[in-house]
Design a protein around this ligand. Structure first.
Ligand SMILES: [Zn+2]
Length: 185
């Protein structure tokens, strides 16, 4: 199987800059690298991927590896074949999704620490079909989805509240979100 090819994704970087200002202000001072892969995705989850680069890898990817700077950063890879088929609004949605994985938390000493967080909801369609809205996070997801259906998200994106303020979301979703946030990638 041929190895995937990677290329810098300045188009994605531009969307990142806009969305960080709009919805992810906690990332303003965080380095976010964006690359395209030519890999055809086998699932929707593979449309894009987020990785936190730390330690020696971060140092080697820095401007001056000799100076010992190991400042960690987020690496976003996006499938170019998928990107090419998406409308501008869906590209924003994909990048927004990837940025929601990028979180900065405070250590006990008050220092910022980057981490990759999981989705607000991990669930199977069959379970909802059989057992209904059995958890708060499922209910929350369906509520927001219903609002989107009613206001046709991709026809009039401004009609839907799309706040990316994770703190606000965390308040609404509560401990379930924290459970996912604490799980490893
Ligand atoms: Zn995701």
């Amino acid at each position: 199987m041929p190895k995937p090819e990677f290329n810098p994704a300045s188009e994605v970087s531009m969307v990142v800059q806009t969305l960080v200002r709009e919805f992810h202000p906690h990332l303003v001072r965080t380095r976010v690298e964006c690359w395209f892969t030519d890999k055809e995705p086998d699932t929707s989850a593979a449309w894009g991927h987020v990785k936190l680069v730390t330690g020696l890898a971060a140092r080697l990817a820095g401007q001056n590896p000799e100076d010992g700077d190991e400042t960690e950063f987020f690496l976003l890879t996006v499938s170019k074949p998928v990107w090419n088929t998406l409308s501008p609004e869906k590209r924003r949605a994909l990048v927004d999704h990837l940025l929601c994985h990028c979180w900065i938390e405070e250590t006990a000493k008050g220092n910022p620490k980057a981490k990759v967080v999981k989705h607000d909801l991990e669930e199977f369609v069959q379970v909802i079909q059989r057992h209904g809205l059995w958890r708060d996070d499922v209910t929350k997801f369906v509520e927001v989805g219903s609002q989107c259906l009613q206001s046709s998200l991709f026809e009039s994106p401004d009609a839907v509240e799309t706040s990316g303020d994770r703190n606000a979301q965390r308040g609404a979703i509560g401990p379930v979100d924290a459970t996912f946030a604490n799980a490893s990638k």
